[in-house]
Design a protein around this ligand. Structure first.
Ligand SMILES: Cc1cc2nc3c(=O)[nH]c(=O)nc-3n(C[C@H](O)[C@H](O)[C@H](O)COP(=O)(O)OP(=O)(O)OC[C@H]3O[C@@H](n4cnc5c(N)ncnc54)[C@H](O)[C@@H]3O)c2cc1C
Length: 374
């Protein structure tokens, strides 16, 4: 029998599979559609929380580990698969942080590089950014990763292992339990129902995770879908060197003169349709930051569902009341940056290894306390 069955092949599930395979386990990953095509594909790929000092230390702890791990992860994936995830250390320029003193104190405490800039510095660093910004914070070490390529590389890496199987278009419909353990899961593969079994089961189904658990436990941890829409501009020349953030909206420069403009925050269930109103709002924000974008075509517009959990702290750990069921989900706006660390922590817990960080803040056993305020 397979050692681990992972439900959901986004960045959380595929990175966990990779961790477990590296440790010598056998792994089956299932996904209701193609691997890596939900939030992990739709995201911007900024390898940092936005305004990172506004998050709790538990998010910072994972982010610090993950940011350090990214260069090696991307290099290893490139040598394993030939797919370059294009990790670009562009830096992050935040144009609107009113809480600069807190931000600088946070950066000093956590050993992160951060500088306060005035309008001349902003103009020097990004000459085409709108002239009306007087202050900024600059984090030179922040990178962005081309997440659709990262997901392709992760899929290829997992598939290359003889101890792995990946079943796409395989929707988990029911998790069966008996006497404090999951006994099997019922799946539908292209409309045909089957049962799959493993020693251990891990839910990494992003925004769908709580729904999957709701048939099993009376009060699953709250994980809500939060829609984010994104635009893609194609410029005819380089316009931007760094990620620029203002009022929660950002521009991300990619290779090939592509610029991503994100993102909305919408609470509308599992609806992933894009809207003209979001496009208008994103266009206004993008041009407000970088006026030259007014002359550039929008070549893409999509939406994804973030897995929203209380305070943006993911649930990582064993589900209380079950011997063989765990959860790694709820990464909200930071699932791409946090994934290498959260997958490592989940693997540490599953394999009984010393944990990367203190697991307590992420423990699903504390969900009721955390969710009370959500
Ligand atoms: C617009 C936008 C911008 C973002 N920008 C950033 C950013 O710049 N940096 C950052 O760090 N994060 C960002 N995020 C957040 C990040 O994308 C998510 O937190 C992260 O991708 C979550 O990964 P996941 O693997 O947990 O979920 P997902 O990628 O959603 O994967 C879950 C998988 O589970 C599968 N699944 C669900 N239900 C079932 C079922 N019943 N049976 C089988 N499979 C199932 C789904 O098909 C899916 O493939 C952004 C998100 C959005 C939407």
């Amino acid at each position: 029998m397979t050692d681990f069955l992972i439900i959901g092949a986004g960045v959380s599930g595929l990175l966990l599979a990779r961790e477990l395979l590296k440790a010598g386990a056998s792994v089956c990953v299932v996904d209701k559609s193609d691997a890596g095509r939900e939030a992990s594909w739709a995201g911007g790929g900024i390898v940092s929380p936005l305004y990172p000092w506004r998050y709790s230390d538990s998010v910072t702890a994972l982010a610090n580990h993950a940011q350090n791990a990214y260069p090696t992860l991307v290099a290893d994936l490139f040598s394993e698969t030939g797919i370059d995830s294009q990790l670009s250390p562009t830096g992050l320029l935040m144009l609107d942080a009113d809480d600069r003193a807190e931000a600088l104190a946070w950066a000093a405490f956590h050993g992160r590089s951060m500088h306060a800039l005035d309008s001349d510095d902003i103009c020097h660093r990004e000459p085409l950014v709108a002239a009306d910004f007087r202050h900024a914070l600059w984090m030179p070490d922040v990178a962005n990763v081309r997440n659709p390529r990262l997901l392709k590389a992760l899929r290829a890496s997992v598939m290359s292992s003889p101890a792995a199987s990946l079943i796409e278009h395989c929707e988990v419909q029911l998790i069966d339990q008996a006497e404090g353990a999951v006994s099997q899961i019922r799946v539908s593969i292209d409309g045909v129902q089957k049962f799959l079994r493993a020693d251990q089961y891990v839910v990494t189904a992003g925004a769908w995770s709580a729904d999957l658990l709701s048939g099993l436990v009376a009060r699953p941890p709250i994980i809500k879908p939060v829609k984010g829409e994104m635009l893609l501009y194609r410029s005819d020349r380089p316009l931007l060197k760094t990620i620029v953030l203002s009022k929660g909206r950002y521009l991300i420069p990619r290779a090939d003169n592509l610029i991503l403009a994100g993102s909305t925050l919408e609470h509308c269930g599992f609806d992933k349709k894009v809207s003209d109103s979001a496009k208008k709002s994103l266009t206004q924000s993008a041009i407000g930051i970088l006026p030259a974008l007014a002359d550039m075509p929008v070549v893409g517009h999509w939406a994804g569902l973030r897995p929203g959990a209380a305070a943006g702290v993911p649930y990582i750990g064993r589900m209380p009341g079950f011997r063989n069921l765990s959860l790694n989900a709820g990464h909200y706006r930071n699932g791409l940056v946090l994934a290498p660390a959260s997958a490592r922590l989940m693997a540490d817990i599953l394999l009984g290894r010393p944990t990367l960080v203190d697991p307590a803040p992420y423990d699903p056993a504390h969900a009721h306390d955390r969710d009370a305020a959500f």
